[in-house]
Design a protein around this ligand. Structure first.
Ligand SMILES: Nc1ncnc2c1ncn2[C@@H]1O[C@H](COP(=O)(O)OP(=O)(O)OP(=O)(O)O)[C@@H](O)[C@H]1O
Ligand SMILES: [Mg+2]
Length: 490
């Protein structure tokens, strides 16, 4: 029987899980014997990449040849970095991380059980990822020599993994605070099927932002007359060593028995700076508030359901302030559920479900959704706007017809259809706030008066595929957007 693999391609750590012949889900350890692999890539003098703990240790010594937090750059069209004579780009760096995970897992499984190499996988992405990042993640999988069956949203994967063990009907909020991204999703499990009611997030908010607050605190307390941001831009070596120290301090302050710690670091000489848990919590209050606001908008989008459970995933959810915040906000003691492994395990479960329609594994994934709105450009009161046809908060699997559109000028013989993605949960959005996904013309070839009607029929399927059909003067054009990745086809 076939085996199924799920990969959590994280900002700071990545992980690969498998469902074996006995339907059991396990995480495969890497060559170093670790369950998770640091998502850090370093390049030797001869340009050969190496990944994981060795690369992470290189961060402070040789930051010029080390790449970390690449996931935060997946949407950055202008990312530019050169190491030696290699041009670095987020897709190739991500592919190196995937290759290391798969190579190690293959090695282990061949050595132990003589298994075939891994080929088909599901990769996880933050729910907040837009189409560009999803497409690039799929491409990274391809460049690593993998067939990516599908992408799945990280909170959804975690909830799927959790749901397997807790099959009762329930509404769950998943709070996923990782190293570089924050996602919140509200999921409903009913009669063995799990639907996403709403999801939202910020892919520039994660554990490293907490670490950077500690670095700023230290620099200020010791009167160094610089900031973490300045070091990051102009002095990567010192940024690297301070951030590693700050992360350690954060982890110590997250241990219930430790109220304070001393950061020992080498910046213009050896120094020791003390920081207490309450100082740390005070410093990062604004970051917690950012997660709070995202929860509020997501709850509103989901219709403010009564929650039965709050699930904490992601390494940063181990900070006691997160648990305390959830308890205060919802009066629910949250469950910390395999914060490092649940996402990869959920992805493996989803792979089994997608490929085999597996029911043995428990909960089925019903409607999942991303956190974007999709619309077309049109002139509204003389100004070009994006008119959203599908809102972030819309339910899936509905077909809607929009017939309020018409031609703008007398004598038009064609119209341009431009499809956009944005994060605005309203029917109208400014064009610069949107990203163009696809465009094309519908041509009928003879002039028509202005105001000639134009119709859009829109449908979003369970599979994450959005279809937009445009009709005017008996001519039609069809567009397909796959919100789970894959290329964008007309
Ligand atoms: N015990 C701990 N206390 C506090 N923070 C921790 C602890 N252990 C790990 N972290 C933090 O968790 C973060 C890594 O979490 P995780 O591995 O879930 O992220 P990721 O999956 O790589 O990132 P993302 O989901 O954002 O792409 C780091 O910022 C790390 O410092
Ligand atoms: Mg993660």
């Amino acid at each position: 029987m076939e085996e199924f693999y799920g990969i959590d391609l994280g900002t700071t750590n990545s992980c690969i899980a498998i469902i074996d012949e006995e339907d059991s889900v396990t995480v495969v350890t890497n060559e170093e014997g670790q369950l998770t692999t640091p998502s850090v890539v370093a390049y030797d003098e001869d340009g050969s990449p190496y990944v994981g703990t060795a690369a992470k240790s290189n961060m402070a010594n040789d930051p010029e040849r080390t790449v970390s937090f690449i996931k935060r750059e997946m949407s950055n069209d202008n990312y530019k970095r050169r190491i030696g004579n290699i041009d670095i780009n987020p897709i190739d760096v991500s592919a190196e991380i995937l290759k290391k995970l798969v190579r190690d897992a293959n090695q282990k499984r061949q050595d132990e059980e003589g298994k075939d190499p891994i080929h088909k996988v599901v990769i996880t992405v933050p729910a907040y990822f837009g189409n560009a990042e999803r497409t690039r993640t799929m491409e990274a999988g391809k460049r690593a020599g993998l067939e990516v069956i599908s992408l799945i949203n990280e909170p959804t994967a975690a909830a799927l993994s959790f749901g397997i063990k807790n099959r009762q009907n329930r509404t769950i909020l998943v709070y996923d605070l990782g190293g570089g991204t924050f996602d919140v999703s509200i999921m409903k499990i009913q009669n063995g099927v799990m639907d996403t009611l709403a999801t939202n997030g910020n892919h520039q908010l994660g554990g490293v932002d907490w670490d950077e607050q500690i670095v700023d605190y230290v620099l200020q307390k010791e009167n160094f007359n610089t900031t973490c941001k300045e070091l990051k831009e102009h002095d990567m070596a010192n940024y690297g060593s301070l951030i590693i120290g700050a992360e350690e301090a954060k982890k110590i302050l997250s241990t219930p028995s430790r109220e304070k710690t001393t950061l020992r670091y080498n910046y213009k000489g050896i120094h020791n700076t003390e920081i207490t848990r309450s100082e740390f919590e005070e410093l990062t209050i604004e970051l917690m508030k950012m997660t709070d606001q995202l929860i509020d908008t997501t709850m509103e989008m989901a219709g403010n359901p009564k929650l039965d459970d709050v699930l904490l995933v992601g390494g940063s959810s181990r900070m006691p302030m997160v648990k305390a915040f959830i308890e205060k906000k919802f009066g629910i003691t949250p469950r910390i559920f395999e914060p490092d492994l649940a996402v990869a395990k959920g992805a493996a479960l989803y792979a089994a479900q997608e490929e085999k329609g597996y029911t043995e594994v428990g909960i089925q994934l019903g409607n999942d959704k991303g956190s974007a709105s999709y619309g077309v450009a049109a002139y509204v009161n003389g100004k070009e706007m994006v008119c959203n046809l599908i809102l972030m908060s819309d339910n899936l699997c509905v077909e809607k017809t929009f017939d309020e559109f018409s031609t703008l000028n007398d004598g038009q013989t064609s119209v341009r259809v431009a499809l956009y993605e944005n994060r605005v949960n309203k029917s109208l959005c400014e064009v610069p706030m949107s990203i163009l996904l696809q465009d094309g013309d519908v041509t009928w070839g003879y002039p028509v008066p202005k105001g000639t009607p134009l119709k859009y029929v829109v449908n979003r399927g369970k599979d994450g595929i959005i279809k937009v059909h445009c009709e005017i003067e008996g001519k039609t054009a069809d567009f397909v957007i796959n919100t789970k990745g894959v290329s964008l086809n007309r």
